[in-house]
Design a protein around this ligand. Sequence first.
Ligand SMILES: *[C@@H]1O[C@H](CO)[C@@H](O)[C@H](O)[C@H]1NC(C)=O
Ligand SMILES: *[C@@H]1O[C@H](CO)[C@@H](O)[C@H](O)[C@H]1NC(C)=O
Ligand SMILES: *[C@@H]1O[C@H](CO)[C@@H](O)[C@H](O)[C@H]1NC(C)=O
Ligand SMILES: *[C@@H]1O[C@H](CO)[C@@H](O)[C@H](O)[C@H]1NC(C)=O
Ligand SMILES: *[C@@H]1O[C@H](CO)[C@@H](O)[C@H](O)[C@H]1NC(C)=O
Ligand SMILES: *[C@@H]1O[C@H](CO)[C@@H](O)[C@H](O)[C@H]1NC(C)=O
Ligand SMILES: *[C@@H]1O[C@H](CO)[C@@H](O)[C@H](O)[C@H]1NC(C)=O
Ligand SMILES: *[C@@H]1O[C@H](CO)[C@@H](O)[C@H](O)[C@H]1NC(C)=O
Ligand SMILES: *[C@@H]1O[C@H](CO)[C@@H](O)[C@H](O)[C@H]1NC(C)=O
Ligand SMILES: *[C@@H]1O[C@H](CO)[C@@H](O)[C@H](O)[C@H]1NC(C)=O
Length: 398
Amino acid sequence: MFIQRAPLRVLALLVISLGARVSAQNLTDDQISLVKARLAQGATHSWELGTRAQALVELDTPTFSVYNASVPPPRTAPSSLNETLAIAQSIVANRSASNHNATGPQPLIQDGAAADPASNIFEVVLANWTGLSDHDYAGAAKDQVDFLFDKVPKTSDGAISHRADQLQLWSDFVYMVPPTLAYYGVITGNQSMVQFAYNQVKLYRNYLIDTHANNLWKHVLMGSFNDTGHWSTGNGWAAAGMLRVAATIQNSPFSSALKNQHKDLLNWAHEIHGGMYRHLDTNTSLFHNYADNPSTFLDASSTAILAASVYRLANMGGPRTHIPQAELSRKALSSTNSSGAFVHFDAQGWLTPVVNPDSYGSEGSKSPEGQAFVLQMHAAWQDWVALGEKGAFTCASL
Ligand SMILES: *[C@@H]1O[C@H](CO)[C@@H](O)[C@H](O)[C@H]1NC(C)=O
Ligand SMILES: *[C@@H]1O[C@H](CO)[C@@H](O)[C@H](O)[C@H]1NC(C)=O
Ligand SMILES: *[C@@H]1O[C@H](CO)[C@@H](O)[C@H](O)[C@H]1NC(C)=O
Ligand SMILES: *[C@@H]1O[C@H](CO)[C@@H](O)[C@H](O)[C@H]1NC(C)=O
Ligand SMILES: *[C@@H]1O[C@H](CO)[C@@H](O)[C@H](O)[C@H]1NC(C)=O
Ligand SMILES: *[C@@H]1O[C@H](CO)[C@@H](O)[C@H](O)[C@H]1NC(C)=O
Ligand SMILES: *[C@@H]1O[C@H](CO)[C@@H](O)[C@H](O)[C@H]1NC(C)=O
Ligand SMILES: *[C@@H]1O[C@H](CO)[C@@H](O)[C@H](O)[C@H]1NC(C)=O
Ligand SMILES: *[C@@H]1O[C@H](CO)[C@@H](O)[C@H](O)[C@H]1NC(C)=O
Ligand SMILES: *[C@@H]1O[C@H](CO)[C@@H](O)[C@H](O)[C@H]1NC(C)=O
């Protein structure tokens, strides 16, 4: 028994190192540029613009990312922030056209969703903070916040609807609204706004958590239809949104006043990981579109945002339990075949396979949000490497 064990172990190591030589483990700078270019080309919907703005900051300007630097950030914008500020500029320049010259509370972009346009509060607030003065950025951000407070339906206990025309809760909300409200709160020196953002996460968790499914979140409740399945991307939006709120608190002047809220947010993100990672497909290291329904297609998009959130949680001092699985997913998404072509990207740089961002039950071919998630995974992984790769699976455990 003991005698046979050693050669087997050597063999296993040989197989692993041979595998590593054939297949890449990390996305190259060229591939990241390609992914970014497709994101720039594809992002048109309100939530895609907000997610793109966030992904670009995390990747290119860590000194302005809530994960990496103090909030508020410096007042002077480095040129790496240009693309992000350009998103704010085009949204605010077009705001009157989009809202038919409305005045007062209004979304940044006219949209059926109440929450999605609010994802852009982040870069609009940044434009104001760094002194861009060709438009009234502060006024546009305030109108969007007032719109959420005054014009959007709410549950009796105060959860803001994801939709504008009816009361309906979507897990996606947790990425679109609480992180940007928390950011707005810190920039305007309003602790109660940051607390409000935390409360929204707490309310959404109460409604959407499925304690009969290891705490996975349901996707859509209330209103004219629902989706009680455990949509993987929705669980990813929720975990990543919680961590942005937590990081905003952690790096703000309110960190000690809100330390219990910060702790809850890390626990709740970890709770989602606990529900999700037991369902990671072992052959591919990808999630199915509905995590606990293996008859649904495999989805690289949710796989990327969840891996990003696992690295972020670890980088913020939270549990590292799921780092080995995030590493498996990241390596799978970075792999190449024997002719050197990326397995999970087409030649143009589009991630595959992905859920259709406009039809959450169907497989699509081009997902701008999926492109952003890859950049976020890469940025979070780079930070994790810089912090010493804590929690990695090592050869010692073979
Ligand atoms: C991937 O990046 C990590 C961290 O920089 C490095 O340790 C590893 O050797 C790289 N792997 C490959 C196959 O280049
Ligand atoms: C933030 O990013 C800078 C530049 O990349 C790096 O030097 C610093 O260590 C990072 N800080 C944290 C807290 O991650
Ligand atoms: C960013 O914008 C500033 C000010 O408009 C400009 O001076 C700078 O050249 C731009 N940088 C890049 C990389 O486009
Ligand atoms: C500006 O808003 C109008 C009206 O909603 C819309 O048709 C157009 O596509 C928008 N343009 C940009 C650049 O966002
Ligand atoms: C908005 O105002 C502009 C300038 O006053 C005007 O040309 C345009 O027709 C107005 N648009 C709408 C939809 O009212
Ligand atoms: C806009 O920036 C100023 C600082 O120049 C800050 O005092 C104010 O709170 C900001 N407003 C918003 C809505 O972000
Ligand atoms: C601070 O945030 C609260 C929401 O929590 C809001 O009601 C209040 O108006 C804000 N205060 C200021 C000065 O904007
Ligand atoms: C979901 O919608 C169906 C059909 O409208 C309804 O019967 C059911 O009660 C709803 N479920 C939940 C959890 O809201
Ligand atoms: C995973 O691999 C096993 C063994 O090769 C195979 O039987 C199974 O069908 C695969 N599952 C999927 C989802 O590809
Ligand atoms: C690798 O992938 C590329 C792109 O899908 C394909 O054209 C090529 O045939 C593949 N090579 C092998 C050896 O499978």
